[in-house]
Design a protein around this ligand. Sequence first.
Ligand code: HEM
Length: 457
Amino acid sequence: MACPYFAGKNRPSSIQSQALESRQSIDASHSHHNNGINNETPLSYKTYLKIPQLLSAQSLLSSEGGKVTPVHDEHLFIITHQAFELWFKQIIFDIESVIKTFDCEYLEERNTLCIIQRLDRVSQIVKLLCDQFPIIETMTPQDFLEMRVYLGNSSGFESMQFRLLEIKLGVCDELRILYNKVHYTDVFFGEEKDKIFKARTEKSLLDVVNNWLERTPGLEANGFDFFGKYKSAVNGMIDQNKVHAEACEDLDKKQVLLEECQSQVDIFATLFDENLHNELRAKGNRRLTHKATLGALFIYLYREEPRIHLPFQILQRLMDIDSAMLKFRYNHACMVQRMIGSKIGTGGSSGYMYLRSTCGDRYRVFLDLMNLSTYLITRDRIPPLSAKYKHGMSIHDWMDNLSSSENDVDEESGIHSVSSHPSLAEKFKKATSLSGQLILDENVNHYRHAGKPETEV
Ligand code: HEM
């Protein structure tokens, strides 16, 4: 596809003039939309993207007022920070839209792909930002020292957008590391402070993902009872390991095997015992609720089921973002160490040491998803999905394919088309929507088999 701004300098002249004419007519039709742009100015690359404003936003302090020693690399320093801020803006924009889409009673399955695309975009942007640190590293520490004096006490610590981004993802306030006994909100004032405080009262991506996971069909004890079945499978595995260990004739080896069994018991206890999970969560060692953790584990174990592909993709993308953010913090810290060694930062922190302490698990948001691998069991032990559950998963497609006029009653099975009962169809969709994660209702099957919509779902 051609660049939308290509006015055709190199095109043959007839095409060029046609293009110009068509551009002029588009410009004319757009002129009344030109928010903030003079009506007489035709919309162009320059005006639409506000290039002049963008290019006039780099004021080099080192060459201001005829200073004799301008620092060449101050230009790079400004451009790099501004590029980061622009990308932060895009990330916040996308995360907000994903939170909004997730934040509903049930998620429209057709929105899942868009969520995955946007989460993927966010992780790609953060990866790109990680790769921008080597660019700033082309500035030598000596050159940075020359210009550091101009920075005063200003610091990346004052980046409001970076804080918004962290808050919207779900970084836990209580787990943050205090630097220089300063709370991160103390460096903001006025409108910036208001924005940060408002964001702290709103749902984060972690909150809405948690709620969505809690609704995973299959968790209900009186339905598929995933937790009950999974516990039996794990206990069966540990019992078998114990039998194997007890039978070992080599006493040293037997001891090792029995200890391994005990450590398995202890590891799985952190999942099986909800109170223990809640204690860990209160300490910040778990971020998802117990129910949401089970929902995520369910998706992990049954990810090969076609209807679970997309929910699994969502979890993958969330982990990508979490890993990329960790790399961002780490790359920044390494760059800072290279630039200022163990000097204190312009914002007053211990510099590298402070930044290094932010690279731990305290700042992770979706760490629980990574840790799910702890609870994976071999394929042969995964409790098979019941026929009823599988049936519930496929019924959605069946319903979507029905045309309401022609298929009111299926002659062979005597089943009434749900789509001829709009309110029922809606409830039906909710009840069977997997990425919508609404509890699968027993009545779905009752209705399917009864053939008549006697009971509303
Ligand atoms: C020569 C380049 C850089 C140096 C020497 C540097 C140094 C530092 C230091 C020492 C801190 C800790 C706070 C302080 O005491 O000031 C910090 C924080 C921070 N910097 Fe940089 N930085 C550089 C480039 C960047 C760039 C390009 C960005 C991108 C926006 C950035 C974003 C941040 C952020 C967001 C924080 C807060 C981190 C947190 O509190 O978790 N820095 N920086």
